[in-house]
Structure formats: structure tokens, C-alpha cells
Design a protein around this ligand. Structure first.
Ligand code: GH3
Ligand code: MG
Ligand code: MG
Length: 330
């Protein structure tokens, strides 16, 4: 702890310094003017300096040049010095200047005609206590800030985890449900329809049986990548519905647009040439897609479950009529 006495009176400052040094284990320095003190404090010159070399200031009210009230006001306007306790030194109980000193930001004052040792020490001790309390508070605030930012980070991670499927990194069913609710609420008169594609990998059980579960997982990841890069317009999302079934939601999209996306998915998966001996198509992995859409008019009195049900029916139709194809619900 370092204390700085700022007083133009050599005699008075020495008396105060002697008392403080005799009773406290702290360094006590003297500056004979506000200007000199500013230099010691690093207040002038290097504005970026964050380390303040003194923790308590004793400031004479009346000094030639800049007086103590002005000096206190200037210091307190600087964020770095706002929490440093400033004790005013005054020869008399001049109410007006004491009042201005408090307004300038002083925490207390001592009268020095004469200097009373006990009173001086009591005031200094309460300034030290105040300083320590403020330091503790600042440390707690810093810790809290760190904790809050760690917590925000964990929350972001948790949010991501709770919305995504860990294998494919696509959205999961939970998120898809919420998303569909939101999009359902956004369907308005005059907008295009809201479309959904249900995608199911063909003969995937036999793929697993033939190539093993790990290869199966890799194949699902590849399918997921195709879905993600194909459903990429505006608010489009792809999600894992469960197992080897996926869903793509295309908000504000006409049915013919949804058919384009569905056929593109089919083609890209075939072009991915994932070998599958028991496939119905050239020994490569394929999928089937059911497409359904709903316009504003149709959405009245309907529900998102019904929309998914239609896409599911179309998918069933695609499976029954040979797989590896897109079927539109009609
Ligand atoms: P269909 O052409 O009629 O869709 O036949 P299918 O064999 O694909 O359909 P079925 O529902 O009989 O089998 C789906 C298989 O998908 C069963 C399961 O082994 C596999 N599967 C589901 N989830 C996963 C997964 O996370 N990883 C792996 N490797 N396989 C999975
Ligand atoms: Mg399947
Ligand atoms: Mg299935």
C-alpha cells in the first residue's frame, strides 16, 4: 500500500508523513503541488497506463497553482482514478470548501490546526478499509465476468448440442419440430407454399448387414452432407428424422421448386457412388423421397403433422413403386 500526501506546506506534510510512517507499514511520499502529484501518479502523459502507483491520496485543499478541489475533480473524471480514496487536508472547518471537495469526489477530510494523530489515523484507516473493500468488489466483478462468459459459452455449446444430431451434425428432430412450428406460423396469404421432403435410404438394413454398422454410419454422414448442401436457400433446413430417415423443410417454396430439390438430392446421392451390392440401382446406394407442400389456403384448418403425414405417404408410394425415386403427394 502506498500513500501520497499532496501539500504545498513542507512542514505540515512532513508532520503527517511522520505520523503515518510511525504507525503504518506503508510507503508514504510527498508531492508539493497538484502538478507534481499528477506526474507521480502517471495521470499526465501516458493515458494508457493502468497501474496506479498510489492507493490513497491526502490532498491539501489550498495550494498555489491547481488547488486540491480542482485536482480531485480532474482525477475523478478519469476512470482509472475513480476508486482511489481522496482525503482532503484543510486548515479549518471551512464548510464551503469542504462541501466543494465532497462534490469533487473526496471521501473525507481532516483538519490540521493542529494535526491530531488519532483522528488522522482513524480517517486513514477507514480510507484503507474502503480501498480494500473496493478492490475486493472489483475482483469479484472480474470473476463474475469471467464466469458469465464461460457460462455463455457453455450455453451456446449446449444449445448447439440440443438442436443437432451428433452423428450427421444435421438438425435433430426436436429442433425440426420447433422450426416447423415457426414456419407454419409464418405462412401468409400470397406467399408460396411450405414444402417438406421425407427422405429414406433404400435397403439400408442390408447395407448394414453387408458392410457393417460403421460403414453404415459413414454412408449416413455422406447422405447428410448432400442434404445440407442441396437445401441451402434462405431458411431451408435439413434434419435427421430418425434412423436412416431425413426431412428437408423448404419454407416459402413452390411445389415445382421442391421437386427440383428432391430430384437433385436423388441424383447427388446416386452420383456419390456409395457401393451397395443389394441396391436396386447399379449397385449404388440410393434413396426415396416423398414430397408434400401446403399453401396458405390449405394451411387453414390443417396442421404440420398432416403435412408430414402427406410427405410420408408419398415416400411410402415411392418405396412401393420400386424405390430410388421422388413421389409428390397428390
Ligand atoms: P427400405 O428401402 O424399405 O427403406 O429398407 P431399409 O432396409 O432401408 O429399411 P428398414 O427400416 O428395414 O431398415 C433401416 C435400417 O437403418 C435399420 C438400421 O440397421 C439402419 N440404421 C438406422 N439408424 C442407423 C444408424 O444410425 N447407423 C447405422 N449404421 N444404421 C442405421
Ligand atoms: Mg430405408
Ligand atoms: Mg426407414
Amino acid at each position: 500500500m502506498k500513500i501520497l500526501i499532496i501539500d504545498d506546506s513542507i512542514e505540515k506534510s512532513k508532520i503527517i508523513q511522520r505520523i503515518l510512517k510511525k504507525n503504518l507499514p506503508y510507503t508514504v511520499d510527498i508531492s508539493h503541488s497538484a502538478e507534481e502529484a499528477f506526474e507521480r501518479l502517471g495521470f499526465v502523459g501516458d493515458e494508457s497506463k493502468s497501474h496506479i502507483p498510489y492507493q490513497i491520496l491526502l490532498m491539501d485543499i489550498f495550494m498555489p497553482g491547481m488547488n486540491g478541489i480542482e485536482a480531485t475533480k480532474k482525477l475523478k473524471e478519469d476512470e482509472r482514478f475513480q476508486d482511489i480514496p481522496v482525503l482532503m487536508i484543510t486548515a479549518s472547518n471551512d464548510e464551503e470548501s469542504i462541501d466543494s471537495a465532497f462534490k469533487a469526489g473526496a471521501m473525507d477530510y481532516i483538519t490540521t490546526t493542529p494535526v491530531r494523530e488519532l483522528e488522522l489515523l482513524a480517517r486513514i484507516n477507514s480510507a484503507i478499509r474502503l480501498y480494500n473493500e473496493m478492490e475486493k468488489r472489483k475482483n469479484r466483478e472480474r470473476e463474475l465476468l469471467i464466469k458469465t462468459s464461460e457460462l455463455n459459452k457453455s450455453n451456446r455449446i449446449l444449445e448447439k448440442i440440443s438442436a443437432h444430431d451428433p452423428l450427421t451434425n444435421l438438425y435433430n428432430r426436436r429442433y425440426m419440430d420447433q422450426f416447423l412450428d415457426q414456419e407454419w406460423a409464418k405462412i401468409e396469404y400470397g406467399t408460396h407454399s411450405l414444402c417438406v421432403l421425407m427422405i429414406d435410404v433404400d435397403h439400408f438394413k442390408s447395407y448394414n448387414d453387408e458392410y457393417g454398422h460403421q460403414m453404415g454410419d459413414e454412408a449416413l454422414k455422406k447422405v447428410a452432407r448432400v442434404l445440407k448442401e442441396t437445401a441451402k436457400r434462405g431458411r431451408d433446413i435439413a434434419a435427421r428424422y430418425g434412423g436412416e430417415e431425413f426431412i428437408v423443410i423448404l419454407p416459402d417454396t413452390k411445389l415445382d421448386g421442391a421437386m427440383v430439390v428432391a430430384n437433385l438430392i436423388l441424383k447427388k446421392i446416386k452420383d456419390g457412388k456409395i457401393e451397395h451390392k443389394f441396391s436396386t440401382h447399379d449397385n449404388f446406394l440410393t434413396c426415396s423421397v416423398g414430397v408434400a407442400g401446403i399453401s396458405f389456403q390449405e394451411s387453414l384448418g390443417s396442421s404440420k403433422e398432416k403435412l408430414i403425414g402427406k410427405a410420408d405417404k408419398a415416400l411410402y408410394e415411392a418405396k412401393n413403386s420400386g424405390r430410388n425415386k421422388v413421389v409428390l403427394y397428390e
